[in-house]
Design a protein around this ligand. Structure first.
Ligand SMILES: Nc1ncnc2c1ncn2[C@@H]1O[C@H](COP(=O)(O)OP(=O)(O)OP(=O)(O)O)[C@@H](O)[C@H]1O
Length: 594
């Protein structure tokens, strides 16, 4: 799995007087942002740049400490005998062996030598502390994590001066089951160290740990594999098995699904597992094929998914329309796909059920697609408290227009009946009207409604495309304060990117309005944002982490805050659920009350 050694590109290791050049180059970089040509390895200069951009201090060390790290998990278990063996070989030498998780947080440290251990403690290179680049700048652990390559960093190559006495080599450990970074293994000693030898040691240790990770595949993964193998016997179908951080696909599924489809599929399985109800849904893949997806839960958190094409390759290609064309903010694949799919349905006047959590932008999306195709035609939004029958009749006189039935699940019985009649009428009408019915995710719909709305699309919650917050914020600010120069400062943006946005874009807009009431010009700062934005986890959640967090919240709500029952429901240990609740900063009403 390890394919590249970071120092190899320049073939350079320094010794003697050369290290003084590096120290001078670092000074020069800190003052001017530039480095004299060829004095420092390019990978190190890149890392210095990243460290500077992250605002890391170069004369001080301040790594954050994490209490609830997974020190009994599969990685620690897999690494323990490998570290034991190496520790015995190195015995009393002033050398330390370190294992970190995928975030660069120390899970295990082996060091026999007393004064060396005290020095490591003094620079916080100890269990629980994070040596990610964004916290301490260029160092073996953090830089290997960023580059996913074996990395040696010695002496003044470290960004922060307190690390200049050290040399370290680190290798990334890839989980062979998921293909993702599982952690990092590091060897640290006094500078200058021996780059090639230290790198060879960690490279071999990482390989041994990866082999053990494979052997230690969890019970859940084994069950999933069995389910996958059983499903594969039905030849001709595309099969994907999905679990925490793990996806297996047969050849047909690999051919059928683009990488962005995998991400959507994983999200969808998580949602379906949480909702517990539906077992078959339709989906339009990113290359345009319409498929039916059937899924069988294997364990509370995993499922085997069978995918079949519903109508062969699609005749209507998905239009190449991006959110920006529709004047919507967002560049993520998930959001861009929904925009393009809705536009495709508008092209063929296919009536759509548009589902999604409150505030995800369902009506905004329908309006944007309508304006792209027929801005001069009427756009009518019918809500539950309106004269539904009257407004439906009026819409018949608006050919080419768009009618949005907003939250159709909340229409009273007589309004629903009026809507059904009206949908039947327009189905026979030559003058087309495009209908988009919006609904909350999982809401109960009248039985005969889905038959009248042939396409269903799901607008993802904001936390599933959290990166779009970067575009949404300036877009919303410019709508709220036209002509005023207010922007969002980088610190405040980091807070916004960490938030979970239960009320989605509506919530984000609310938070920005709150901030604007405090800061009328200049840059919005974290303290301008409402309290709710700050009650978040410790880092920007990855896509999968946010799915995991949602699953835990769902289980807690279902079990009325009973953590043990929620852990059972999810098939994880009680200790794990406590750790994850703390890590994600989950504070539902139920968790607060205990
Ligand atoms: N991608 C986007 N770009 C810019 N603004 C957006 C975007 N998505 C949503 N908004 C804005 O967010 C707000 C909420 O959107 P909207 O009312 O369409 O959500 P909704 O899902 O229909 O909500 P509800 O479920 O409450 O009816 C609106 O002010 C809308 O303009």
């Amino acid at each position: 799995m390890i394919n590249h050694v970071c120092f190899g590109e320049a073939g350079m290791f320094y010794s003697g007087g050369v290290t003084e050049h590096i120290a001078r180059a670092r000074e020069c970089f800190l003052q001017s942002g530039n480095v004299p040509v060829m004095q420092v390895r390019p990978a190190i200069v890149e890392s210095w740049r990243r460290s500077r951009l992250s605002g890391v201090s170069y004369d001080d060390l301040n790594p954050p400490y994490f209490e609830d790290l997974d020190t009994e998990g599969r990685l620690v278990l897999a690494a323990a005998p490998v570290l034991d063996r190496l520790e015995q070989t190195l015995s009393d030498a002033p050398v330390s062996l370190i294992l970190t998780d995928a975030q660069g947080r120390l899970l295990d440290r082996r060091v026999d030598h007393g004064s060396f251990r005290r020095h490591l403690d003094s620079i916080w290179l100890a269990p629980g502390f994070s040596f990610a680049e964004e916290h301490v700048g260029t160092n073996g652990i953090g830089t290997a994590r960023e580059t996913r390559q074996i990395t040696f960093v010695g002496g003044s190559e470290h960004f922060a001066a307190p690390l200049h006495a050290m040399a370290c080599a680190t290798a990334p450990i890839t989980d062979p089951l998921t293909g993702r970074l599982a952690g990092l293994v590091d060897i640290t000693c006094w500078s200058p160290g021996d780059g090639p030898v230290m790198s060879a040691v960690v490279c071999s240790a990482a390989g041994d740990i990866e082999r053990r990770l494979l052997e230690l595949g969890s019970e859940r993964e084994r069950k999933l594999l069995e389910g996958f193998m059983a499903a594969k016997r039905h030849r001709g179908q595309a099969i994907v098995a999905v679990a925490d951080g793990l996806t297996m696909a047969n050849r047909r599924a690999v051919d059928l699904l683009a990488p962005s489809d995998h991400a959507i599929l994983r999200d969808m399985v998580a949602e379906l597992l949480r909702a517990g109800g539906k077992h078959a849904i339709r989906l339009v893949l990113s290359r345009g094929e319409q498929v039916r997806i059937r899924f069988n839960p294997v364990e509370p958190n995993s499922a085997v998914v069978k995918i079949s094409l519903t109508d062969g390759p699609r005749s209507t290609p998905r239009p190449r329309i991006r959110p920006a064309d529709l004047k919507l903010a967002g560049t993520s694949t998930v959001f861009a796909n929904v925009c393009a799919d809705l536009a495709m349905h508008r092209q063929t006047y296919t009536q759509v059920l548009l589902e999604g959590e409150p505030g995800v932008g369902k009506v905004a999306l329908a309006r944007a697609v309508h304006s792209w195709y027929s801005p001069e035609r009427p756009f009518i939004v019918i809500e539950s408290d309106a004269d539904v029958a009257g407004r439906c009749r009026a819409a018949l006189g608006a050919p080419g227009g768009t009618v949005v039935l907003r939250h159709v699940e909340s229409f009273a019985d007589d309004a629903r009946a009026a809507v059904m009649d009206w949908l039947d009428t327009i189905a026979e009408d030559a003058d087309r009207v495009w209908v988009v019915a919006t609904t909350d995710i999982g809401a109960e719909l009248p039985e005969d409604l889905p038959g009248r709305l042939p396409a269903t699309l799901t607008v993802p919650p904001l936390r599933h495309h959290i990166e779009d917050v970067r575009e949404l914020v300036p877009a919303l600010l410019s709508t709220f304060t036209p002509g005023r120069s207010v922007s969002c400062g980088p610190e405040a943006m980091r807070v916004l990117l960490r938030s979970t946005w239960p009320g989605n874009v509506t919530d984000l807009a609310q938070a920005l309005r709150h901030a604007l009431a405090r800061r009328r010009v200049g840059q919005i700062q974290p303290e301008d944002l409402p309290e709710s934005c700050h009650a978040t986890g410790s880092h920007v959640l990855t896509r999968w982490e946010s799915i995991e967090r949602d699953a835990i919240i769902g289980a807690l709500l279902e079990t009325h805050g009973d953590k043990a029952a929620a852990a059972d429901l999810l098939g994880i240990s009680r200790a794990t659920i406590y750790r994850r609740i703390n890590a994600y900063g989950i504070t539902t009403a139920e968790t607060r009350s205990d």
